[in-house]
Design a binder for this molecule. Structure first.
Ligand code: NAD
Length: 250
């Protein structure tokens, strides 16, 4: 029996990278999962990939606009229609940017804040409304970042947005505790996704050498932390921002 057996989860940014791995680990561990992507096309591709791996019955795809409350509410309602309830929301969708301050445009700043912060608010509100009505608690797991603790030397809006995710996590953990809804975050360090694969060896090698645990994080490392925070094994944990970074800290 899997550690999230019978639970129903929504994972935003579930079409690739860390989010796709969260979806797969949740399915392997007995959950029913709705993966959310930005476009129906990428959602369908992710569902096809999961089908090849034998995951068909307990997974569905949604493609709401994550910053539009009506679109999110309708998509989450379709998940409840299909799977009967909602227990877990992983707010994982995110965008990064390394633009220096002097070149940063308001448009770029607003884009980062919109998907990394506004979408977390909109999705958490929609999920909490469902969970409160169900009356059986729930778990919200946000994907933050270790740069949300230490900052980064360029692209200030990204760490700024993750500091906001941590603030939202700590505050909503307190607000929603009375409903037995737990709110936590995982804070990955550099994690081995396609984006990292595209970097040259000259960048990757020194990076790995600087990590005390001697390797880069894999998406599975982050997914397993999410699995723990989604499961009843963490039923007394709320308001935590869990580093998953191989101790890679300045
Ligand atoms: P990724 O770019 O591979 O995946 C990002 C996901 O977010 C995709 O599924 C994408 O479709 C979705 N997304 C982006 N913009 C969207 C939008 N407007 N609407 C809906 N969905 C949208 O990145 P990843 O590395 O897998 O990152 C996942 C999360 O992990 C992000 O929140 C990121 O900030 C965080 N993170 C990643 C790393 C890393 O090293 N990879 C480190 C720390 C934190």
């Amino acid at each position: 029996m899997g550690i999230v057996e019978g639970k129903v989860a929504i994972v935003t940014g579930g079409t690739r990278g860390i989010g796709f791995t969260i979806v797969r680990e949740f399915l392997k561990n007995g959950a029913k999962v709705a993966l959310a992507g930005s476009r129906q096309e990428t959602v369908d591709a992710a569902l096809a990939k999961l089908a090849e791996e034998g995951f068909t019955d307990n997974v569905m795809g949604i493609a709401p606009s994550l910053t539009d409350p009506d679109s999110v509410a309708a998509a989450f309602a379709s998940v409840v229609d299909r799977f009967g309830r909602l227990d877990v929301l992983c707010n994982n969708a995110g965008v990064s940017s390394r633009t220096p301050l002097v070149d940063y445009t308001l448009e770029e700043f607003n884009k980062v804040m919109s998907i990394n912060v506004t979408a977390v608010f909109v999705c958490t509100q929609a999920a909490a409304r469902i969970m409160i009505e169900q009356g059986e608690g729930g778990s919200i797991v946000n994907t933050s970042s270790m740069v949300g603790k230490y900052g980064q030397p360029s692209g200030f809006a990204y760490p700024t947005s993750k500091f906001a995710v941590n603030g939202l996590t700590l505050s909503l953990a307190r607000e929603l505790a009375k409903h037995k809804i737990r709110v936590n975050a995982v804070a990955p360090g550099v994690t081995h996704t396609d984006m990292v694969d595209a970097l040259p060896d000259s960048v990757i090698k020194p990076l790995i050498e600087s990590i005390p645990l001697g390797r880069m994080g894999e998406p599975e490392d982050i997914a397993c932390a999410c699995l723990y925070l989604a499961s009843d094994m963490s039923s007394y944990v709320s308001g935590a921002v869990l580093p998953v970074d191989g101790l890679s800290r300045p």
